[in-house]
Design a protein around this ligand. Sequence first.
Ligand SMILES: NC(=O)C1=CN([C@@H]2O[C@H](COP(=O)(O)OP(=O)(O)OC[C@H]3O[C@@H](n4cnc5c(N)ncnc54)[C@H](OP(=O)(O)O)[C@@H]3O)[C@@H](O)[C@H]2O)C=CC1
Ligand SMILES: CC(C)(CO)C(=O)C(=O)O
Length: 304
Amino acid sequence: MMTNVSLIGLGGIGAAYASKLHDLAPENLKIIVNHERMSRFQKEGVTINSNRYDFQYIQPEELTKPAELVLIAVKYDGLNQAIKDVQQHIGPDTIIISLMNGITSEEMIAKAYPDNVILPAMCVAIDAIREGTSVTFSNIGRICFGENTNQTLSTNVKKVSQLFDQAGIPYEVPEDMLHTMWWKFMINVGINQTSAVLKAPYRVFQEIPEAHAFMKSAMQEVITLAKARGIQLTEDDFLKFDQILKKGLAPEGKTSMLQDVEAGRKTEVEYLAGTVSKLGKTYQIPTPINDMLYNMIKVLEKTY
Ligand SMILES: NC(=O)C1=CN([C@@H]2O[C@H](COP(=O)(O)OP(=O)(O)OC[C@H]3O[C@@H](n4cnc5c(N)ncnc54)[C@H](OP(=O)(O)O)[C@@H]3O)[C@@H](O)[C@H]2O)C=CC1
Ligand SMILES: CC(C)(CO)C(=O)C(=O)O
């Protein structure tokens, strides 16, 4: 069993999964936080679904034994700092997992820790919402992770699976992890960004054909880029999401990007439309919808 896990980013996603690891064995989990966050968390505690959690906090500069697993659950605007802050926890055998949306965080982490195993990952179907130091979720969703392909499970994937089994964290190891990452990327590019500019909960996309078509047009650009990159993302993948949208998402639910805009926070547009536009230039594929979404969301961020 893994007895030494470190996590950075005690927000909606991080707190939800940290609560499970803490319930399993509080002494085995360290939360990396700077002095200011540590004071806030120690004073107020962290409330997760109405229960107060007092985690074992550690500051980035404190010397410590390398962790077996480091989980990263910040947003993109905090990722460069988080990559520096986890340094004391990374040894030659440390496995690193980013639970973040998008397809860029793993590349950014790999640049800083090129010799470590970084298992691509993301979470789906979790509806965590954070207000201050309080996090609530009604569905913990699941963590999809693995090597790029998983016809047979590697030792590292087995180790992490065993930990998640023990902690009761739902997970899935998709056979084709890169395809799954791009599928989620397509979803976030489509619905997160159009919901943010339309200020629209899921109901708008379920009921209004023009909103649905707008969302789909942004996703279509990801499907085209995926083909250029050798990833088989197809119309069927869109339809799979459409079923989830129509049957699985609460009409008044909101994407994380809409929540960011409503709370006046910086969004992850740079890593959604920004990435699509950059890849479009690389493969010489026009991405007009995402170029426009990029500009619109940048304007929104400047009007807070
Ligand atoms: N919320 C959701 O339902 C979903 C979110 N995601 C993705 O998961 C990722 C995380 O999202 P979410 O949990 O909602 O984000 P939050 O903003 O709720 O949480 C991020 C947390 O990271 C903390 N943080 C940032 N930098 C550091 C640092 N250097 N050291 C310690 N803590 C740090 C922030 O602290 P502070 O507030 O003090 O800055 C904050 O508590 C994103 O990529 C998001 O797109 C994916 C699926 C669903
Ligand atoms: C899939 C979706 C839209 C909801 O979990 C999401 O990942 C997000 O809101 O960021």
